[in-house]
Design a protein around this ligand. Structure first.
Ligand SMILES: [Zn+2]
Length: 508
């Protein structure tokens, strides 16, 4: 790992600024309560939003107490203030990354509106996510300079000067206990624009293996603030001893209760018994709350004595914090006419139910209509929100398709198409397929079985083309934004209907 520890001394900061908590101290030990409020993957959702009423069995939306008119940063702020006003515990507000990419705020302000709102809510600590790197490095630095909260991340190094882009960790003195917070970003960020040429990403768990033993020398309690996804969080907890809590993000995972990764009791100085992991789904429709009782025996590491975590609903019943609402208004007013413009309507919730990815189908159908290609493939993860029954605005279309992808056309043989279907299991148009336990049992274009040696015309988006279709000659038609195709399609076919038509079937 390059240039890591040489940077630490210059960036280390120690804070002692907490109020509200009460510690119970004896000659041998101190016990105190620490509450961590947390969000992740807010993706520009500063205003309230709704989920469809219909969703797949087992989908995380089903665990929410409310799905209509939820979230909104002004309401979130009211909840944060309420928890901060409670007696008996110190409170920190933490975000685990991906504030960018998702709504018109992201399209227009590239994260700056989100930082301004987070400043007003009073965030304490945040780790950046991969979507922050969908900006230029200059914009990444602008956001960091504007943040009045502490941004931490230990695995991003600027190539030009070899220095860490962010402060890797901070240590706060909470009720006499030194609590370290360090940040990690997913290694996948290395494919994002700001990182591609200008930022060197290090593998997060490898970085943690070096950093945590150093932190344990300086701190009594260690919290990782991560944007690496819940599976990697579990791996981090299992492979890197000495992390008490992980406040995670990236996989948009709804954890109604914290995960706990136990480790064999060891007798070394920092014998935490395991790691508590939390994550708050997405878009801050809820506010994560983790209450920790921390026991600190003199001369030993502090440990989690008890913990309890939940996701607090942010519903229309929560009043807005006027100050935060005013900041949001300042950013929304100049762009509202553009984005509140109605482009059409839908008679159904256009969402994913089972294998029918209807929010993708509408994009794929739009691209097929625009290009006249025999078939269209769109990658999973590339359409970011459903359409809720009712009117569809330009802002809704941007929220579904926020990445500025262009349409790419190409030619592929039947053999190549079948391989792509098996590997990517994409959303499709003009094509129907079934994968049954790893075998392609149906593959049809225009209702006819795909012929192995025949050449077909295909269309996809720039992201899928650049990262996944490397061996196929592509014609990049950059004048056609995928979003524009979707908007034209929705307007032309309004009211649009969801295509729950079984064009894609996967059984595993
Ligand atoms: Zn992410």
């Amino acid at each position: 790992m390059r240039c890591f520890f040489q940077n630490l001394t210059s960036v280390l900061a120690v804070f002692t600024v907490l109020v509200g908590g009460q510690a119970v101290t004896t000659a041998q030990s101190t016990d105190f309560q620490l509450t961590l409020l947390h969000t992740n993957d807010t993706h520009g959702h500063l205003l309230p939003y709704s989920y469809p009423e219909h969703f797949s069995p087992g989908a995380p939306e089903g665990m929410l107490v409310s799905r209509r008119d939820i979230g909104g940063a002004a309401r979130r702020s009211t909840l944060v203030k309420k928890v901060r006003a409670e007696k008996g515990h110190d409170t920190l507000l933490i975000d685990s990354g991906d504030i960018c990419d998702g709504t018109p705020f992201s399209t227009e302000y590239h994260g700056s509106a989100d930082v301004a709102v987070m400043n007003t809510i009073g965030y304490d600590i945040a780790c950046p996510g991969n979507h922050e790197y969908n900006n230029t490095l200059a914009q990444v630095k602008t956001m960091a300079a504007a943040a009045r909260f502490q941004l931490i991340s230990a695995n991003s190094t600027v190539r030009a000067d070899g220095k860490l882009l962010y402060t890797p960790y901070i240590i706060r003195n909470i009720q006499g206990t030194r609590v370290a917070f360090f940040g990690l970003m997913t290694y996948d960020a290395r494919t994002y624009p700001a990182a591609k040429t200008e930022v060197q990403m290090e593998e997060p768990i490898a970085v943690a293996k070096q950093l945590v033993p150093e932190l344990r020398k300086q701190a009594d309690f260690v919290v990782a603030v991560t944007h690496i996804g819940v599976d990697e969080d579990v791996k981090l907890a299992a492979e890197v001893p000495g992390i008490d809590v992980i406040v995670g993000g990236h996989t948009h995972t709804l954890l109604p209760h914290p995960l706990f990764v136990p480790r064999p009791l060891d007798t070394s100085d920092h014998s935490v018994h395991g790691t508590v992991i939390v994550q708050d789904f997405q878009w801050a429709g809820t506010l994560g709350r983790l209450d920790l009782k921390i026991h600190h025996e003199k001369g030993h590491a502090a440990t989690v004595a008890t913990y309890s975590g939940k996701l607090l609903p942010i519903t229309a019943a929560v009043p807005e914090d006027k100050q935060v609402a005013d900041v949001i208004k300042k950013y929304w007013d100049p762009i509202s006419a553009k984005y509140a413009r109605k482009i059409g309507e839908t008679a159904d919730d256009i969402t994913t139910i089972g294998d029918d990815l209807c929010e993708y189908n509408i994009v794929a159908d739009a691209v097929k209509e625009k290009t006249g290609a025999d078939f269209v493939m769109e990658n999973l993860g590339g359409v970011r929100a459903p359409y809720v029954r009712g009117s569809i605005t330009y802002g809704d279309a941007i929220t579904a398709d926020p990445f500025g992808n262009k349409i790419v056309t190409f030619k592929a043989s039947g053999v190549q198409i079948k391989k792509m279907l098996l590997v990517f299991q994409p959303a499709v148009a003009g094509l129907a397929y079934t994968i049954d336990h790893g075998k392609l049992t149906r593959a049809e274009i225009a209702g006819q079985p795909i012929e192995d040696s025949r050449t077909y015309s295909g269309a996809t988006n720039t992201y899928l083309a650049q990262t996944l279709l490397k061996d196929i000659p592509l014609k990049v038609t950059t004048e056609n934004a995928r979003l524009d195709a979707s908007i034209q399609y929705i307007t032309r076919h309004s009211p649009v209907h969801a295509a729950y038509d079984g064009r894609r079937k996967i059984s595993e």
